[in-house]
Design a protein around this ligand. Structure first.
Ligand SMILES: CC(C)(COP(=O)(O)OP(=O)(O)OC[C@H]1O[C@@H](n2cnc3c(N)ncnc32)[C@H](O)[C@@H]1OP(=O)(O)O)[C@@H](O)C(=O)NCCC(=O)NCCS
Length: 177
C-alpha cells in the first residue's frame, strides 16, 4: 500500500464526502471524552454538505484533503480569523481543524498534513499558526507539541450549550525546508 498521501485543496464537489468523513472523524475523536448528545448536536450543525461548501468557497479558509490510495484519509482547514488576545505572534492564521480517519492515525499522515498546512500558511503570508484544543484530547496536544506549538492562553468554546475554556497553542510558521 502507498504510504505517502496525495494532498490537494478541496473543491465544492468534495463537500458531501468531506461532511460525512468529518462527522465520522469528529465522533470517533470525542466518543470517549465527551457526551454523545453534545457530539451529535455539534456534528449536525457543522458537518452538513452545505456548510462544507460554504467553508470550501470561503476565501478566508483553505481546506486540504489527504488521500491515500484514492481513499480520503484526513483533512485540515486553516482560517483567517481574529485570534484571542493571548496570541501575540505576527500575521496569525488559525489551524481550525486537522483530522485523520480512525484507521489512518499513527502512520505519519498527520505530519504530512501539518507540512501542507505550513506550506499554505507561508503561501498566505502567515507567520504564526494558532489553534484551540480540548485538553482531554491528549494525543492531539502531544502531536501539536511535537510541532513546536506552545500553550499561550485559553479561549471560550461553546459545545453542547456549555462553555469550555480550551487551551490555545501557537507556533511560528516554519520557513521553507
Ligand atoms: C492529531 C492527528 C492528526 C495526528 O496524526 P498522527 O497520525 O497521530 O500523527 P503523526 O502523523 O505525527 O504520526 C505519529 C505516529 O505515526 C508513526 N509513524 C509511522 N510512520 C510514520 C512516518 N512515515 N512518518 C512519521 N511518523 C510515522 C510515528 O512513529 C508516530 O507514532 P507514535 O505516536 O506512536 O510515536 C491524529 O492523531 C488525529 O487525526 N486524531 C484525531 C483527530 C484530532 O484529535 N484532531 C485534532 C483536534 S484539535
Amino acid at each position: 500500500m502507498n504510504t505517502s498521501p496525495q494532498i490537494r485543496f478541496a473543491t465544492p464537489e468534495d463537500a458531501a464526502g468531506l461532511a460525512a468523513f468529518g462527522a465520522q472523524a469528529f465522533t470517533d475523536t470525542y466518543r470517549d471524552i465527551s457526551e454523545a448528545q453534545e457530539i451529535a448536536d455539534y456534528v449536525a450543525e457543522h458537518f452538513q454538505p452545505e456548510v462544507m461548501v460554504a467553508v470550501i468557497q470561503d476565501r478566508d479558509c483553505a481546506v486540504l484533503l489527504a488521500w491515500l490510495d484514492d481513499q480520503l484519509a484526513g483533512y485540515a482547514i486553516v482560517k483567517n480569523e481574529a485570534p484571542p488576545a493571548c496570541v501575540t505572534g505576527p500575521a496569525p492564521l488559525k489551524l481550525w481543524r486537522i483530522y485523520l480517519g480512525e484507521g489512518f492515525i499513527g502512520r505519519g499522515l498527520g505530519a504530512a498534513l501539518m507540512q501542507a498546512v505550513h506550506a499554505e500558511a507561508r503561501r498566505r503570508g502567515a507567520r504564526t499558526l494558532w489553534l484551540g484544543v480540548y485538553d482531554r484530547n491528549v494525543r492531539a496536544v502531544a502531536f501539536y507539541e511535537r510541532f513546536g506549538f506552545a500553550k499561550v492562553g485559553g479561549q471560550e468554546f461553546l459545545f453542547g450549550g456549555q462553555i469550555y475554556i480550551d487551551p490555545v497553542y501557537a507556533v511560528p510558521v516554519p520557513g521553507e525546508v
